[in-house]
Write a protein that binds this ligand. Structure first.
Ligand code: ADP
Length: 742
């Protein structure tokens, strides 16, 4: 026998005529014949002749015992040889007998009664006297007729049984809502009702050209669905599998059936993946709706040994059409249901993601939610930072910590890292598309074969990408690609939300701070303005009231106090004016060569005038000159010394030290005060920045402008002002200005 033939079912050869004859002969040999004859000698003669041929023979003498033998044994052939009208009467009496139809009837014609005997119901007539050869021939042909009749009857009854089964199957299929039910019912019907031994059904996915074997029956007739590891065959154009004759004729030549007379025990595993045992005669039938492939059914009859006939192909084709329709219907229903479920999940994902307000927390949650929606073996959110795709969060690879820079952007090989808004990139098989994955140290061990990458955009700009990947090629369906895109959208929305929230929070914080600053500014400024005014008014009133009774000395003292207060106020007003100019960037310092010693001395004089008895030690090189605006430099240093006095206890000394340092002239003001607490250091140099809880000497006020202005002025002169060190032992502020070269 041949191992495997190509071609359609029509190639099945009809059963050979010789074989039919031998079947017939053996059927005839097994036949039982009842010989009814009144006359014993002839009866014996007939019986002997038939026994010699190998038939089983029973005898009847009169009509009564013949009838009971007929009932008891239901022979294949009855030979009636009653004399005269007895034979006709007997034949008429059994005409409606229940077993009559099963029995062939040969009447012996004793002389000229052939026609009445045939009319009375005999199937054939044999003229007497007995001719043994004639008897043999008649008996043989009658039995052959009987066997043929029975076979035909069986065929008809099988056909009608099959028709009924088909009808019931189509009713059952029509009632199936789920794809899994369609498959189970089909397998059951093919096996139990239509009599095929073993069955398997595969579904075809058009977008991936994949045939997935979904249901099979085993030799005990159990139906099972290997859902977890469905065997998939890729039949994409040019693929090796498509070269195989079975797939070639069904999926390329578009034949409806494919017949394999005998696989010779070498079952092609690709179309019988779940088979438990050898395969002989096999029949494959394509499931199609219109021209569209839906799947494939494979059956065999190895266990029963029943041979396939053309009617099997007809049956399978008829059922196949109904199954294909039912599959399409169920797939559509499943698809609609899946979409509704996805929409629901996506809405939930969107809501969950949008509830995250810190962008940094978003990315891990994204992967957590993605795992509920999409299958993957590895996933990552990559953000584009400083021209690099950087890991924000990853799943399935603990070796890549967040903030790892993976690839620079803009490389032609990495076109799947989208930098503009575009549909997701789906790489079905990295082996075929991009070999470079093997060289990526953190990807190589995982052998990722499929990859989807979706751009994440916030405020119209692509800020990163969401990547999911699988170990298998063709891991994703087109629907899942769409789902990944929808997921990317939700990430973008969530990111926008989080960014908006952060910006809003910053704005709120800034405006609250501003409000506070304004309030404290107004309070400080009005206080500062009022204090000298009170002094001016007070001494002016004293002067007025005591002009005549007072000495010139006292009057002079009061006038001096008025003048001092007025000049303080003038300074404050100047500070405020300067503030607006510094902030507006309009301070154009008049740079000239100036000695740091001069500035230190003048500042010390001013501060000592304000803090009587304040000890200020001046230490520094005599001729160290810097390039600066003398007025501004004096203002900065005076403020540093004033602060050193103001924020230190009465009697604690101030040291002022200056000297060259890194191409600058550096001046330090050291005090022994409480220092600046760590929580206040950030505020020092800000506008109105004051350290909460700072203690000042009695009668002093601060505006929080001095250091801020000082820093602005120092910068404008190309220098720097900072807090060098601070602690419980006091603070050191340092002013650096460009050195003046000789
Ligand atoms: P003002 O002294 O008018 O408040 P400044 O800008 O000169 O403004 O100083 C800002 C703040 O820095 C002060 O309010 C004070 O809290 C802190 N500060 C400045 N100098 C010293 C210092 N030598 N010791 C301790 N704290 C200081």
């Amino acid at each position: 026998m041949c191992a495997m033939t190509t071609g359609g079912f029509r190639d099945i050869q009809p059963v050979e005529p010789d074989l039919v004859n031998s079947v017939m002969q053996s059927a005839a040999l097994l036949a039982t014949i009842l010989v009814a004859h009144a006359e014993s000698q002839t009866r014996l003669q007939i019986c002997r002749a038939l026994q010699d041929e190998g038939y089983k023979v029973l005898e009847g003498v009169a009509s009564t015992d013949t009838l009971s033998a007929l009932d008891a044994h239901i022979p294949d052939l009855l030979i009636v040889g009653f004399p005269g009208s007895d034979a006709i009467t007997f034949l008429q009496s059994i005409h409606h007998h229940p077993v009559r139809a099963a029995v062939a009837l040969l009447a012996l014609d004793m002389g000229g009664e052939a026609v009445p005997l045939l009319e009375a119901g005999a199937d054939d007539v044999l003229a007497m006297p007995l001719n043994t050869q004639g008897l043999r021939l008649k008996v043989h042909s009658l039995l052959r007729m009987k066997v043929a009749e029975r076979t035909a009857r069986e065929l008809v009854s099988r056909r009608s049984r099959d028709q009924q089964s088909l009808q019931r199957a189509s009713q059952r299929l029509a009632a199936c809502r789920r794809l899994s039910d369609v498959l189970t019912v089909t397998a059951e019907v093919l096996r139990a009702n239509l009599g095929f031994d073993r069955v398997s059904i595969a579904l075809y996915e058009q977008d991936t050209y994949t045939l997935r074997y979904a249901v099979s029956t085993d030799s005990q007739g159990r139906v099972y669905s290997p859902q977890d590891t469905p065997v998939a065959v890729v039949l994409s154009p040019g693929s090796q599998m498509l070269e195989l004759p079975a797939y070639q004729s069904l999926f390329v030549d578009r034949q409806e059936t494919y017949y394999i007379p005998d696989t010779g025990g070498r079952a092609p595993a690709y179309f019988r993946p779940f088979l438990d045992g050898p395969v002989g005669e096999t029949l494959l039938v394509a499931l199609r709706v219109g021209d569209q492939d839906v799947g494939l059914v494979t059956v065999d009859n190895l266990l029963s040994g029943r041979k396939f006939g053309p009617e099997d192909a007809g049956l399978l084709l008829t059922l196949g059409r109904q199954v294909a329709l039912a599959i399409e219907r169920a797939r559509l229903a499943d698809e609609l249901e899946a979409r509704a479920r996805e929409a629901e999940v996506l809405a939930q994902v969107g809501a969950t993601l949008s509830s995250v307000l810190e962008p940094a927390q978003l990315y891990d949650l994204v992967l957590e939610q993605a795992a509920k929606t999409l299958p993957f073996d590895m996933a990552a959110v990559l953000l584009y930072r400083d021209g690099w795709a950087t890991v924000a969060a990853s799943w399935g690879d603990p070796g890549v910590p967040a903030d790892t820079r993976l690839w620079p952007l803009g490389e032609p090989m990495k076109s799947w890292l989208p930098e503009d808004n575009r549909p997701p990139v789906y790489i079905r098989d990295t082996d075929a598309n991009i070999g470079w994955l093997d060289q990526e140290p953190w990807l190589a061990p995982h052998q990722l074969r499929s990859l989807i990458s979706v751009p994440i955009s916030a405020e119209g700009k692509v800020v990163g990408t969401f990547v999911i990947a699988g170990f298998a090629a063709n891991f994703y369906s087109q629907r899942q690609v769409g789902l990944a895109a929808a997921f990317g959208d939700r990430i973008g929305q969530a990111l926008r939300n989080a960014n908006l929230y952060v910006a809003e929070r910053e704005r709120a914080r800034a405006s609250e701070e501003l409000m506070q600053l304004r309030t404290s500014f107004v309070e400080s400024v009005s206080h500062e303005l009022r204090t000298p005014l009170t002094a001016i008014l007070g001494y002016a009133e004293i002067l007025q009231a005591h002009w005549n009774g007072s000495t010139d000395e006292s009057r002079l003292e009061w006038v001096e106090k008025i003048a001092a207060a007025a000049s303080r106020q003038q300074r404050l007003v100047e500070d405020l004016l300067l503030l607006t100019r510094v902030e507006g960037g309009e301070v154009g310092p008049r740079i000239e060569r100036v000695h740091l010693k001069t500035i230190a001395q003048r500042a010390a004089e001013e501060v000592q005038a304000s803090y009587r008895g304040q000890r200020i030690d001046l230490v520094g090189s005599e001729h160290l000159a810097v390039l600066a605006d003398p007025g501004r430099a004096l203002q900065i240093v005076t403020n540093l010394m004033d602060n050193a006095a103001k924020y230190s206890p009465e009697g604690s000394p101030i040291i002022v030290w200056w000297g060259p340092e890194d191409n600058t002239g550096s001046l330090r003001v050291l005090d022994r005060g409480p220092g600046v607490p760590s929580n206040g250091r950030d505020h020092l140099f800000t506008r109105f920045g004051r350290v909460p809880g700072s203690r000042m000497r009695a009668g002093r006020v601060g505006t929080g402008l001095g250091l801020y202005l000082g820093k602005g002025l120092a910068t404008a002169m190309g220098g720097e002002l900072d807090l060098e060190s601070t602690g419980s032992e006091g603070s050191t502020f340092r002013l650096r200005l460009p050195l003046a070269r000789d």
